[in-house]
Write a protein that binds this ligand. Sequence first.
Ligand code: ZN
Length: 198
Amino acid sequence: MKPQTSLEILAEALRRLPGVGPKSAQRMAYHLLQHDRDGAAQLGRALMQAVEKIHHCAMCNTFTENDVCETCLDPERDASLLCVVETPSDQMMIEQTMMYKGLYFVLMGRLSPLDGVGPKDIHLEKLIVRATDGLVSEVVLATNFTNEGEATAHYIGEMLKARGLKASRLARGVPVGGELEYVDAGTIARAMLDRRTT
Ligand code: ZN
């Protein structure tokens, strides 16, 4: 078998990006090599640096360059409230409402049996440890209002209740099938205020 050329290796690496097929990977590779070599080098360095420096916060599981992220270290935060979200961008949406002052846990995904995403893949063991620290008194389930988000909220809610923890769910201000990322801050704020115990 012939060894892969550098061009093939590059195109194959680009195909790892979501939504990039063989054709567009090849186009991207040609573009970088022909028109933007500086950009290509910058992209390479940025990727190396990010992979080396960014990891998960020991407490909330979000991306950080430190052991524990800034939000978790903030003494102004209400440590009795823990809001569970699917992604860092969902967390950002809730932050923008300016009315939630508790802490977070970021799943970095949602349960999706069809795609092979199980409880282990969304760090539920870490969530249990986090939620049973003795300070947390309510876990707010703020996963998306999609089928998978709802199933994830239900699963986590049951898991927490089995351990004697109180779980609540964002109220239905967020439309069915809605992803927090695309909902306005006012609606999320309302849903947070009206959250109900599961
Ligand atoms: Zn954190």
